[in-house]
Structures are given as C-alpha cells and as structure tokens.
Design a protein around this ligand. Structure first.
Ligand code: NAD
Ligand code: IPM
Ligand code: MN
Length: 366
C-alpha cells in the first residue's frame, strides 16, 4: 500500500518521539512492502518561531490532502507568555477543528510487564482495559465568547454544545461499547451544568438504539475517584472535551506512565490524526530519555484505523510488549529489576523485535 503521512513533530519531546515513529514506519514499510510518503510540517511553538503563527495555512492544506497525520506535541515555557491566539496549543486546537476531528479515542491498556509500575495496587490495575471516548471539537475549548475584558478585571470562557455535536460523539461511545464488552459509562456534571443535562438526555435517547449496551451515568468528580480506586468497573467512558482531557491523564496512572498512552482523533470519515496523550514535557526535553511508546502505539493506531493494517498494528504492539517483557523501559516507568534505557535504544529494540519476526518468517517460508 502507498500512503501519504504528514508528520507534525511540534515542540519539546515531540521532536524526539517523532524520530521513533518514523523509524518504526520505515521498518513496517520494508517488512510489509508498503510505501509511506512522509512530509514534515510546522505546528505549535516551532511554527510561531518560523512563521509567526501556530498553524500555518500550508500545514492545514497538507493535512487535508493526507491519508493520515502523526503529531508529536506542542507547547513549552518559551511561548507561555504569548497572547491567546498565538499560543502553540492554539495550533493543535486549530488543526483538530479545521479537520473536524470530533472523536478522540484514548485507550488505556496495561501491558503485563508493567503491572507493578503503577503506584496503584497491582490487583487494581492488573487486566485494566478502558477506552476513553473524548469529545474533541466543542465545549469550553471552543465556546464563544472567550477572553478578557478591556480593563483586564473580568474573564469568560463559554461551555457550548449543540445537540448534534453531543449525538455524534455519544454514538461513537455506543459503537465502541458494542464492539467491546457492551458497557458504556457516560461521565458528566449533570447536577450543575445545563450542557451535561442535555448530554444525559442524548445518552438516554441513544440507548434505545443500542439495547445490547448497558449504560450508566456518573458525575465527573466521583468518576475521577473511582477511576483509580476501582478502575475495572469501566470499559468505555464517553465524555465531553475538558473532562476527557483530565480523566485520560489520570487514567494513564493505571499503565505506569503518561508516556504510555496513544490516541486517535477521528471524524465519521476521512483523515485521522494520531498523537500520544502527553505533552511536550519541557522538564525532560532534549535529554534523550522521553518514553516513545505513546507515540509508537499512536502510529500503530494509525495503521489500524486509517489504513486498515490490522496485522502491522498488532505487530508493533507485539514488538513493544516483547521489549517490555525483556525488561527494557525508559526512566518514567518504575519497574523493579528492569533496565532503564534512553529513547533511541528503546526504539531500536522495538525495531529489532519487528525484524526478528520478519527474519523468522523468512526462515519459515524457505
Ligand atoms: P506533559 O504531558 O508534557 O508532562 C507531564 C509530566 O509527565 C512531566 O513531568 C513529563 O516529563 C512527564 N511525561 C510526559 N510525557 C512523557 C513521556 N513520553 N516520557 C516520559 N515522561 C513524560 O504535561 P505538562 O507538563 O502539563 O505540559 C507541558 C506542555 O505540553 C504545555 O505547554 C502543554 O500545553 C503541552 N501539552 C501538549 C499536548 C499535546 O501537544 N498534545 C498535550 C498535553 C500538554
Ligand atoms: C491533550 C492536550 C491538549 C488538550 C492541549 C495541549 C490543547 O492537553 O491533547 O490532551 O487539552 O486537548
Ligand atoms: Mn491533555
């Protein structure tokens, strides 16, 4: 297969993990005879520095014409003082919005060898497998008005959703639950927010179309508590933009590190954007120690969801698992008795695991 992939490395560790994604894509291309035509474009602080905008027109155009997009991370202290419209994060929000990527899938799946890496009790996290379905192009992130009064003494952010925006993401939640264990937890703040009350209404209406799915509503504050005290009660969680942002970082604790979580940002059809859940990690950027696995697993999600390459995606996941089983991990993972390696070595070991399979295949078929 021949596919056009746009790479948006962005800022901080985003650039380091993108090197890992590229290396893995190359290895998959030669193993399976695919051609990935990659082009790099600017976004975030890097784009502000080079083009004076966090999201150049050229980047948007390239993304619209691509088969899929890989994104590292944006942001960093260098740009924290910038005005709202010129922050790196605005570039990320802009690309999500202009491509209409309203459905953000964030799988939270523990890897066996990392079961002791979580600060939570082993029996709580062992076997955890949650999918957070986060609304990505609405809510507080995009509602107008938003800003500061002329005298600087008043601020406003607006939480706005239309019924159809809620319907389409709730449907994604039900569809995902139907494909998994048949349980959907909708998380809201319906005891306070009107938007959450409409959210609940929509979920109850849609539930009639999915009699095979068991639905439960939870309020976000206690859901946050249950996520780390009894995580196995969750299968698919569907929630609005900001709640999904916060709950996914929290849920990453189950896997041992925020650096482990991948994500896919999708719409009903067309291009998808794939990025790790974590940010540009300015505290460790440039040290060569960032965990590349969230990015590499996002690359696997791209192969699976955008290109239908199920086998190739599974192959990457297997190579990651083997690497962890062999005891190799980056410094963010607290694994007793393992061997701490840097980013490049971690990537190299994963690629070695990929090619081991292709060599043994070749031997088998000869
Ligand atoms: P962060 O996710 O960048 O980092 C939080 C903590 O987790 C840090 O201690 C960091 O070192 C660690 N960490 C994160 N990813 C890691 C990895 N792969 N390997 C090892 N350790 C890892 O969040 P933050 O510090 O709150 O934000 C930093 C910047 O990133 C901000 O400018 C923020 O806006 C931006 N951000 C961007 C994205 C994105 O581009 N998708 C996501 C979140 C935050
Ligand atoms: C994420 C990030 C972004 C978000 C920021 C950087 C805009 O935290 O992808 O989780 O809040 O969506
Ligand atoms: Mn986030």
């Amino acid at each position: 297969m021949r596919k056009q992939v746009i790479l948006l490395p962005g800022d901080g560790v985003g650039r380091e993990i993108m090197e890992g994604a590229k290396a893995v894509l190359n290895a998959i291309a030669s193993e399976y005879n695919h051609e990935f035509i990659v082009h790099e474009h600017a976004i975030g602080g890097d784009a502000i520095d080079r083009y004076d905008t966090p999201l150049p027109e050229d980047t948007v155009k390239a993304c619209k014409n691509a088969d899929a997009i890989l994104l590292g991370a944006v942001g960093g202290p260098k740009w924290d003082g910038m005005p709202a419209g010129k922050r790196p994060e605005k570039g990320l929000l802009g690309i999500r919005k202009s491509l209409g990527l309203f459905a953000n899938l964030r799988p939270v799946q523990g890897f066996g060898p990392l079961v002791h890496a979580s600060p939570l009790k082993t029996e709580l996290v062992d076997g955890c497998d949650i999918l957070i379905v986060r609304e990505l192009t609405g809510g507080l992130y995009f509602g107008k008005p938003s800003g500061r009064s002329a005298d600087g003494e008043e601020v406003v952010d607006t939480l706005r959703y239309t019924r159809s925006e809620i319907e389409r993401i709730v449907e994604k939640g039900f569809e995902a639950a139907r494909m998994r264990s048949g349980k959907l937890t909708s998380v809201d703040k319906a005891n306070v927010l009107e938007s959450s009350r409409m959210w609940r209404e929509v979920v109850d209406e849609k539930a009639k179309d999915y009699p095979d799915v068991t639905v439960e509503h939870q309020l976000v504050d206690s859901a946050a508590m249950k996520l780390i005290t009894n995580p196995k009660q969750f299968d698919v969680i569907v929630t609005e933009n900001l709640f999904g942002d916060i709950l996914s970082d929290e849920a990453s604790v189950l896997t041992g590190s925020l650096g482990m979580l991948p994500s896919a940002s999708l719409r009903t059809d067309g291009v998808g954007l794939y990025e790790p859940v974590h940010g540009s990690a300015p505290d460790i950027a440039g040290e060569g120690i960032v965990n590349p696995l969230g990015m590499i697993l996002s690359t696997a999600m791209m192969l699976k969801y955008s290109f239908g390459m199920e086998e190739e995606a599974a192959e990457i996941e297997r190579a990651v698992t083997e690497c962890l089983e062999d005891g190799y991990h980056t410094r963010d993972l607290d694994v007793k008795g393992g061997k701490v390696v840097g980013t490049d070595e971690m990537v190299k070991r994963i690629i070695d695991n990929l090619s081991t399979k292709s060599i043994s295949n070749a031997i088998c078929s000869s």
